[in-house]
Design a protein around this ligand. Structure first.
Ligand code: MG
Length: 273
């Protein structure tokens, strides 16, 4: 049994269902360094690759790198065949996908020329009813437009949920009127903040009820006072990045009252990870 028994599921791709081996990421940034005449440390490579610390373009600008110069080179370096061979499907993601009977889709910032070979390589091409790749024309998460397109293409209705690893995923879900599940594979220390959706898990198979019960599901059953009694654990990330946290989750569109309430609840909730 899957938590929530949603009528449809939409997933982010990178960092949520799949990840590339570190050697591939390191190779990419070594090549980027050679092309731009600037070395990228392991920490900097992880910040951009995983999108930790906020919007990637804002991070690049803070390093005096023009995103308009960075991304064309980055995409030129990426070889779809090499990327596909270096990408793995997380075991916990496979277990969850095996259990979901409802329609599933993907909304990703990954571009089609990379996304399609990856899905074929992992034998996932037929698993999803739709795959929507974000763009300047369509919008980027947390803009709800890509999620809304996925819902239309899936011909889905009822209670839906979006599963992702970034604040933008949570914002896109809420802006599109869906529940949001945050999978935190990196930990809040590396991410530099706590991200709280309607549920938070460290592994996607924690969403399976009856086997490994969802840790976050258990949290939802606790009294509110217990959920909020370790406020000191979110003080640090809230102080450092609370403003960008709010911006990441609600940018592009005026948040609905539902979103505002969830943001306030999430911001002032505890970080248990
Ligand atoms: Mg992601």
């Amino acid at each position: 049994m899957v938590m929530g028994e949603y009528d449809f599921w939409i997933f982010d791709l990178d960092g949520t269902l799949v990840d590339a081996e570190w050697e591939y990421t390191r190779m990419l940034f070594d090549e980027m360094g050679a092309r731009l005449g600037r070395q990228f440390s392991d920490e900097e490579a992880r910040i951009i690759w995983f999108g930790v610390g906020g919007q990637r373009n804002n991070t690049l600008r803070s390093w005096d790198i023009n995103p308009a110069d960075f991304w064309p080179v980055f995409h030129e370096i990426e070889d779809p065949r090499v990327r596909a061979n270096a990408t793995i499907l997380h075991d916990d993601a496979r277990r969850l996908l095996d259990e979901i009977n409802a329609p599933c889709g993907i909304v990703t910032h990954c571009q089609g020329f990379l996304c399609d070979p990856v899905l074929h390589h992992l034998d996932l091409a037929d698993r999803f009813r739709t795959v929507v790749c974000c763009s300047d024309e369509l919008g980027w998460k947390p803009d709800p437009a890509p999620v809304e397109r996925a819902i239309r293409q899936m011909d889905a209705s009822g209670r839906g949920v979006f599963v992702g690893d970034s604040p933008g995923d949570i914002g896109a879900a809420w802006n599109a009127g869906l529940d949001a599940i945050h999978v935190e594979r990196l930990g809040p220390d590396m991410r530099g903040r706590c991200v709280r959706g309607d549920h938070r898990v460290e592994r996607l198979d924690q969403l399976l009820i009856g086997g490994a019960a969802a840790d976050d599901w258990l949290l939802e059953q606790r009294p509110a006072t217990e959920q909020h009694n370790n406020w000191h654990r979110w003080w640090h990330p809230l102080t450092l990045s609370g403003v960008s946290f709010l911006s990441d989750q609600s940018a592009y569109h005026a948040p609905t009252w539902r979103t505002v309430c969830r943001l306030i609840s999430g911001t002032f909730g505890s970080c248990r990870s």
